[in-house]
Design a protein around this ligand. Structure first.
Ligand SMILES: *Cc1c(COP(=O)(O)O)cnc(C)c1O
Length: 382
């Protein structure tokens, strides 16, 4: 049976060179980077190279980085650092379409007496920067807004948001997990105070990520212990994982315009193919700037769960929305915020490609999809 993977916004396959780079750290170079013997020295060197590689991708000094366990930890650390630094400020601005790893800590803070204001989006997933400006108050502790949406791929103008926050003297955190490896990031130039990335979204391993912290931004560690990461993130480092993260960042820097264009063409071909053969579809967020790898498509009067199962039975992996939510059949909070019509909402697929996907794979999905959608529509209670 064919094995086709179109769920790269949930997680990506390891790049072969990432696995090669990690491999010695899973074998002979197993030492603790905090040890003073040569085993420790080897691990330490791996870690410091990784830090330089991540800094290269983010365009920042390596000392600005806190290496950690991934996106969720980075987002939590940034949010709590910002609010704990200004206990008198009780207002937080974010958006309705953020990832759960931002929304859940904000919900916790709302329970602790914070006023959390979640900005809405327009029908195309776009953010109203004037609404952001109006929302900022003297007691705003933090603005947390993502760089690119994991469900729709819609990209927000991080530089402009950073400029607004800087002008108003408010701390700005950006979940850039979906941007990293797909669009350029220059953390210092973007005027972000905190910026999060995760290895497994850019062909690195799971459980390894990095948080950029501007030199002037307040920081309080979430995890305390023996002083690793300059006292900012305790616990013996996940050396193989972080080495893999570093290598993945180095690889992402090598992805040129041609590769980018190839991926964009593949995605455009997929969308054109769907629109040509299946009636009553909408591509969510298509009118906004988007990541070149992501298609979020809704089929009217169809059901995602059955579609995903049918495609999976044919060896094709896609998803409905964020991986952690797939267990339930609730429609996406992102599409709800975009006011996608009820008749389309339940028949949504997120198809996210990577540079490893081929034209033949897209053709295979296009051959399979019309029948699967027709079947889903037949079973749909109208
Ligand atoms: C995957 C993802 C996260 C969570 O990252 P983990 O490394 O899986 O914890 C957060 N935000 C966005 C936008 C993501 O795509």
């Amino acid at each position: 049976m064919q094995e086709i993977y179109f769920d790269n916004n949930a997680s990506t396959p390891l790049a072969p060179t990432v696995r090669e780079a990690m491999s010695p750290y899973l074998a002979e170079w197993f030492g603790n980077p905090g040890s003073s013997h040569h085993f420790g020295e080897a691990a330490r060197r791996g870690l410091e190279l990784a830090r330089e590689q991540v800094a290269g991708l983010l365009g920042c000094h390596p000392a600005r980085l806190v290496l950690n366990s991934g996106g969720t930890e980075g987002n939590n650390t940034a949010i709590f650092s910002a609010v704990w630094a200004n206990p008198a400020k009780k207002h937080i601005i974010s958006s309705q379409v953020e990832h759960g790893s931002v929304l859940a800590p904000l919900e916790f803070l709302a329970g602790q007496g914070y006023e959390v204001e979640l900005l809405g989006v327009d029908e195309n997933g776009g953010l109203d920067l004037e609404a952001l400006k109006r929302a900022i108050r003297p007691d705003t502790a933090l603005v947390s807004l993502m760089g690119a949406n994991n469900e729709t791929g819609v990209i927000w103008p991080v530089g402009q948001i950073g400029g607004i926050c800087r002008e108003r003297g408010v701390l700005f955190h950006c979940d850039a997990i979906q941007l990293a490896g797909k669009a350029p990031i220059a953390a210092e130039a973007l005027e972000v105070d905190y910026l999060t990335i995760a290895g497994h979204k850019l062909h690195g391993p799971k459980g390894a990520g990095a948080l950029y912290v501007r030199r002037t931004a307040p920081f309080t560690p979430l995890i305390m212990g023996s002083g690793q990461e300059n006292g900012r993130r305790a616990g013996t480092e996940n050396v193989p994982g972080l080495v893999g993260l570093g290598q993945a960042c180095a690889l992402a820097m090598g992805v040129d315009e041609a590769a980018h264009q190839r991926l964009a063409a593949l995605r455009d071909c997929l969308e054109a193919g769907i629109i040509a053969v299946i009636p009553e579809v909408r591509i969510n967020g298509a009118a906004s700037p988007r990541l070149v790898n992501t298609t979020n498509v809704s089929f009217r009067h169809a059901a995602s769960a059955g579609l995903i199962q049918d495609l999976d039975a044919g060896g094709i992996a896609v998803s409905a929305h964020a991986a952690c939510e797939s267990g339930d059949l609730d429609p996406s909070h992102v599409l709800r915020a975009m006011r996608v019509e009820e008749s389309f909402l339940h028949g949504t697929l997120r198809i996210s490609l990577s540079r490893y996907n081929t034209e033949a794979e897209v053709a295979s999905l296009l051959a399979f999809l019309p029948e699967a959608v027709a079947k889903s529509r037949q079973g749909f209670a109208m």
